[in-house]
Design a binder for this molecule. Structure first.
Ligand SMILES: [Ca+2]
Length: 144
């Protein structure tokens, strides 16, 4: 927070050139608590809309030697960041579930990134999470 996103962290996908910059927040929170934290301090829980963004996210986790974190997908299934202007065509529907997920094993309505794929988990579990910052703003840098 308080920093500016650098160009090297921008991920531009056509047709929307939209910068997403991911942060790992190393605080154990439920999915809802994590969402509130992200909306207060950054933009939202992480949206992942392409394979390139999956890779960017995995890089952030590898830097911190972490895995098994909340992302912004929830409730059958939609992104926490719902504003359509944030998505290019088809991006909001991007998914990267593990082969046997989501299985809704026991009221599992929130998504975790684990072993580079997504799993549905119970939302009140507490775990680290990924926030994203950078708001789309006419191609200009915006404070996170
Ligand atoms: Ca599951």
């Amino acid at each position: 927070s308080g920093s500016f996103c650098s160009l090297t962290h921008w991920l531009c996908t056509l047709p929307s050139c939209f910068p997403r910059h991911y942060h790992l927040i190393e605080q154990n929170k439920t999915w809802s608590e994590a969402q509130s934290h992200c909306r207060q301090h950054h933009t939202d829980l992480a949206t992942v809309a392409s394979k390139e963004e999956v890779d960017a996210l995995n890089d952030v986790l590898a830097e911190h030697d972490q895995d098994d974190v909340w992302i912004g997908l929830h409730g059958g299934w939609r992104w926490s960041l719902e504003n359509k202007t944030y998505y290019g065509e088809g991006e909001a529907e991007f998914r990267m579930w593990e082969e046997d997920q989501p299985d809704n094993h026991r009221n599992e309505y929130c998504a975790v990134l684990k072993d580079k794929e997504w799993w549905d988990y119970r939302c009140h579990d507490k775990r680290y999470f990924i926030s994203q910052c950078c708001r789309y703003s006419s191609m200009l840098t915006v404070e996170c």
